[in-house]
Design a binder for this molecule. Structure first.
Ligand code: AMP
Length: 411
């Protein structure tokens, strides 16, 4: 900036303490929910070999073609700031021989991810994802389990107006054959389509399903649907997943046009959206990636998982209703009391009382003003003796020692 002050880079942001508290509570909620379902916490590096994403996410995807922060290290190796985590999870699964452990291996993670996208509300260049992955089984109950866990997480996080879209992509071969068939259908009636859809027949024929152009809509009413093209066992798998979700009472919309932006998905795919958000309404999604571990040099390993955006969850969630209880403020009535006050604040903290100390040389009057400002629930005045003032009732009482202070303020 012209005045010499620096700002965080475009598309990134600082997390200030109010927001920081909400984020940490969300992380605790994730730990509680996912640990409770047998998922172990996992971390991998923020940088990976670029080749991992080229192979794992797919050369042709937007992410790999346009959105990666890629650089060379001093030895000339190409490294990339991770744009997503499924490829990294599979790399780690193979690298650490996790296929030899009891299957399925269940992992969850939380951390920063990087995509060079045009920043807007809910879309950043550094963002935080939380995710869960289950590797080593194609049991439909895993598909249902991960979907229900994400639903439960969003509900507990206070995310409102949530909708779930669900589909199955079958195998890669099914999908490839289907897309060819869809392109042929669009080409056979090209003159009826909007110009935009016509221009994307090769690159993204599925886009035609989202068009609000009347001519295009007419063409799409009798377009082939991927779900009708599934192989028998893929169709049975999808039916089994749906039956479990129905049993659980989860509402969803089967959306045959749902295709996620990553190449590796097979069978089940899903996306949670919130109408509370604007254009960037996806809060989290995922699916099966039964071929990815093998693609990265491991044994054939079916797997499923999801990732959810922490910033979008917080945007779509109700703010917590009850503000946190204030701290106890330890005031210093005269300079000679400083050491005693320091000892007292440490003792209070040891006893589990959230406590703060006067540390800016204010007058006693100034200290009370400060205590008010930080929302302290009580002030302990350390002077010739100890006095405890309850900031809500205004009542002030003497205390003989630290133990009595703790009793008076309540741990
Ligand atoms: P994806 O890996 O693209 O399926 O993304 C999973 C979730 O991560 C999305 O539903 C969003 O909530 C979040 N997400 C993806 N990209 C961004 C971004 N650029 N900024 C913020 N959140 C994002």
């Amino acid at each position: 900036m012209a005045d010499g002050r620096l700002q965080a880079p475009r598309g990134t942001f600082d997390v200030l303490p109010d927001e920081g508290g909400r984020r940490l509570r969300l992380a605790h909620l994730a730990e509680e929910l996912l640990h409770g379902a047998g998922y172990g916490y996992f971390e991998s590096p923020v940088i990976e070999d670029t080749e991992l994403f080229a192979r794992g996410v797919g050369e042709a995807t937007d992410i790999v073609q346009k959105e990666m922060f890629t650089f060379e290290d001093k030895a000339g190796r190409s490294l990339t700031l991770r744009p997503e985590n499924t490829a990294g999870v599979c790399r780690a699964y193979v690298e650490h021989g996790m296929h030899k452990q009891a299957q399925p291996v269940k992992l969850w993670y939380w951390g920063p991810f990087f995509r060079h996208e045009a920043p807007q509300a809910g879309r950043y260049r550094q963002f935080t994802q939380l995710g869960a992955e289950a590797l080593g089984s194609d049991d439909p109950s895993l598909d249902a389990e991960v979907i229900l866990l994400l639903d439960e997480f969003l509900a507990r996080a206070g995310v409102r107006e949530v909708r779930l879209r669900l589909s199955s992509l079958g195998t890669r071969d099914t999908r490839r054959a289907y897309l060819d068939e869809l392109r042929a259908h669009l080409r056979s009636r090209e003159h009826e389509l909007s110009e935009e859809v016509r221009g994307r027949i090769e690159a993204n024929p599925l886009r035609a399903f989202d068009s609000d152009h009347a001519g295009t809509q007419a063409v799409m009413t009798d377009a082939p649907r991927l779900l009708d093209k599934l192989e028998k066992d893929d169709a049975e798998h999808f039916a089994a997943v749906r039956a479990l979700l129905d049993d659980a009472g989860l509402e969803y919309e089967v959306d045959t046009t749902l295709v996620r932006g990553l190449d590796y998905y097979t069978r089940t795919v899903f996306e949670f959206e919130s109408d509370r958000l604007g254009a960037q309404r996806g809060v989290g999604g995922g699916g099966r990636y039964d071929g990815l571990v093998e693609e990265l040099g491991g044994p054939p390993t079916p797997a499923i998982g999801w990732a959810a955006g922490v910033e979008r969850i917080l945007l779509a969630a109700d703010a917590p209703e009850e503000p946190e209880d204030g701290a106890v403020f330890v005031a210093v009535a005269k300079p000679e009391s400083g050491r005693e006050a320091f000892r007292l604040v440490r003792e209070l903290r040891r006893q589990g009382v959230r406590a703060e100390l006067e540390q800016a040389g204010r007058s006693v009057k100034g200290q009370f003003k400060h205590a008010d400002r930080i929302g302290a629930r009580a002030v302990v005045i350390v002077g010739d003796g100890l006095e405890v003032k309850d900031m809500r009732s205004g009542e002030q009482r003497p205390a003989a020692d630290a133990a009595e202070v703790v009793r008076l303020v309540g741990a």
